[in-house]
Design a protein around this ligand. Structure first.
Ligand code: TYD
Length: 211
């Protein structure tokens, strides 16, 4: 008999899409249904991952695109080993606030790091821990950036950068329509949440039948 494995869901999108709100609401909803849910954010969530996150977001000095990419991948490898894998059979749903696609979108499409290299590194870091569903919250940077009020290394990037990241995400979704679902984020929180719940419930049921 195959063992029960948690459904892995990742949330993606540029800043200001309302990702955190949607994550929180989905978790509350799933928990109310009696499901065991874990949430992890990237970069971070493991001890080493949080340290790496600090360097990435607030470190002094300039990181080369290569170093930046490697740090995200290092944090991801730790997250998989320390958090995702040990929870695979303990939880019903694992929610990841950003994951493999973020590096392709930000460092690949955004900065221009070789995407084949990122794909290979992603595969080495996560192995079979690929999301069952990825929810891509999509909004024009003009709207998204106006909403988000952060001030760190990543928020300081240009408007053009976020245009590239967004286009990258949309291209990834086009290449993998079964896994990556686009959720328009220029609508209400409730409408977005309804779509998200529909997609997650379908995937959960599908997963249950296949287990
Ligand atoms: P975070 O505070 O988690 O932002 P958000 O709430 O928007 O997810 O900061 C993470 C930043 O790191 C965000 O700007 C996206 C960026 N990032 C990458 O550039 N590459 C990656 O692989 C990941 C996971 C995040």
């Amino acid at each position: 008999m195959t063992k029960k494995r948690a459904l892995i869901i990742s949330f993606e999108g540029i800043e200001g899409t309302g990702k955190s709100t949607q994550c929180r609401r989905l978790i509350r909803y799933l928990k109310k249904k009696g499901l065991r849910v874990a949430i992890m954010r990237e970069p971070g969530s493991s001890h080493m991952g949080e340290e790496i996150r600090h360097i990435l977001l607030h470190g002094k000095g300039k990181l080369t695109p290569f170093s930046e990419t490697m740090l995200f991948l290092a944090a991801r490898g730790q997250l998989c080993a320390e958090k995702i894998r040990p929870n695979l059979e303990k939880k019903d749903v694992i929610i990841l606030d950003r994951y493999i696609d973020a590096t392709l979108a930000y460092q690949g499409y955004g900065i221009g790091v070789d995407r084949r290299l990122i794909k290979q590194l992603n595969m080495s870091a996560v192995g079979d821990l690929v999301p069952d569903v990825t929810l891509l919250l999509d909004v024009a940077p003009k709207i998204g950036l106006a909403r988000s009020g952060r001030n760190d290394r990543f928020e300081k990037r240009t408007f053009l950068f976020f245009e590239k990241v967004r286009r990258g995400y949309l291209e990834l979704a086009k290449a993998e329509p079964k896994r990556i679902k686009i959720i328009p984020a220029d609508t209400t929180i409730e409408t977005m949440q309804e779509r998200i719940r529909g997609i997650v419930e379908q995937a959960y049921e599908r997963g249950r039948k296949n287990r």
